[in-house]
Design a binder for this molecule. Structure first.
Ligand code: SAM
Length: 345
């Protein structure tokens, strides 16, 4: 019952295989939690290699499950490994791994979406933002329903230099549904260019490293998976607050197939929509007939910088919410219709 797969630098003592752990602790994957496991240690080694050299590193693995990636991380001779796992069924198997690597593993039974990453690593590992990234890495193969909201939260953390980025430019190696990975890394004009492309690439160097076919997982998911590596940039490409960039980018992609001004318009109240949209597009030097996916990073930078100036001139502008205005309009028309309906019924 020895560990199979390539041993990088550290030898875990003989242990049951990941498959045997699954059987031993009856860890059937729960479909409703989108649990798909990786049992092939050559593959988990390959994922872990994407993080770079991990010797003496402090690593947080999110969603270790039965521990395939966990073994590969330990084999890379890390200093400390923090495991954050939501499903309690996996904890005994992870404890077995922890005993095999004494003093190296800390197990947290919790939800990564609420776990406080600010305190996860020792203070002395902190680096200045401008310096090389700290020797801290986040690695994880999470369910798709968690990895997308999580990366948006962590991108906001990158922008604010808090959460895991209180330690500096912490690197992340995470899996995503292949199509989401394509969106994260899509270039100007690309089919998958979207809000995620701008939000991730303006804050990080984002690399789509390799695709894992669905059949590599047990049970096999409907889709293929891609491993994406993120390194926060020293200077974001758009130097504006996260919320402002988010608002402009979300508006621009509101109507994907239409000319970009149709989405940009939604930044402004109806009463001044045409005039202000024209003013913004002109000052930002953006051709209003481009489609949202044809806008480059510098187009978005100009749009955000100009919108910021407009918000400074009119402090009520940033709070304006297009969807709220639409809802209110509907409500204004509703009482008449509702009472009519009530009367006729
Ligand atoms: N890393 C393992 C592997 O590659 O075989 C398991 C991958 S499975 C797709 C996702 C894992 O993330 C499961 O163990 C699941 O319980 C865990 N998980 C799901 N949501 C989580 C959350 N919010 N916080 C922490 N762990 C979570």
């Amino acid at each position: 019952m020895a560990v199979r797969g390539k041993v990088a630098a550290f030898n875990l003592p003989p242990l049951p295989t990941v498959g045997e752990i699954i059987k031993l602790f009856r860890l059937q994957a729960q479909k409703q939690l989108s649990q798909n496991f990786l049992l092939d240690l050559r593959l988990t080694d390959k994922i872990v290699r994407q993080a770079g050299k991990l010797k003496n590193a402090h690593v947080c693995e999110v969603g270790p499950g039965p521990g395939g990636i966990t073994r590969s991380i330990l084999n890379a001779d890390v200093e400390q490994l923090l495991l954050v796992e939501k499903d309690p069924r996996f904890i005994p198997g992870l404890q077995m791994l922890s005993e095999a690597a004494p003093g190296k593993v800390r197990i947290v039974h919790g939800d990564i979406l609420t776990f406080k990453m600010e305190k996860a690593f020792p203070k002395h590992l902190k680096k200045n933002w401008e310096d090389e990234p700290p020797n801290i890495h986040i690695i994880g193969n999470l369910p798709f329903s968690v990895s997308t909201p999580l990366i948006i939260k962590w991108l906001e953390n990158v922008s604010k230099k808090n959460g895991p980025f209180i330690y500096g430019r912490t690197q992340m190696t995470l899996t995503f549904q292949k199509e989401v990975a394509e969106r994260l890394t899509a270039n100007t004009g690309g089919k998958q260019r979207s809000r995620l492309s701008i939000m991730s690439q303006h804050l990080c160097t984002v690399e789509n490293r390799f695709v894992i076919p669905g059949q590599a997982f047990v049970p096999k998911p409907e889709v293929d998976v891609a491993v994406v590596h993120f390194t926060p940039l020293v200077q974001p490409k758009i130097q504006q607050p996260f919320e402002l960039v988010e608002k402009v980018v979300r508006s621009a992609f509101q109507f994907r197939r239409k000319h970009c001004f149709r989405g940009i318009e939604t930044l402004f109240p109806e009463s001044e929509r045409l005039k202000k949209t024209e003013e913004l597009m002109m000052a930002a030097d953006v051709d209003p007939t481009l489609r949202p996916f044809q806008l480059s990073m510098s187009h978005f930078r100009n749009l955000c910088n100009t919108y910021r100036k407009m918000c400074e001139e009119d402090p009520s502008l940033f709070a304006y919410n297009y969807r709220e205005e639409l809802k209110q309009k509907k409500r204004q028309h509703l009482p008449k219709n509702t009472s009519q309906t009530e009367q006729t019924e």
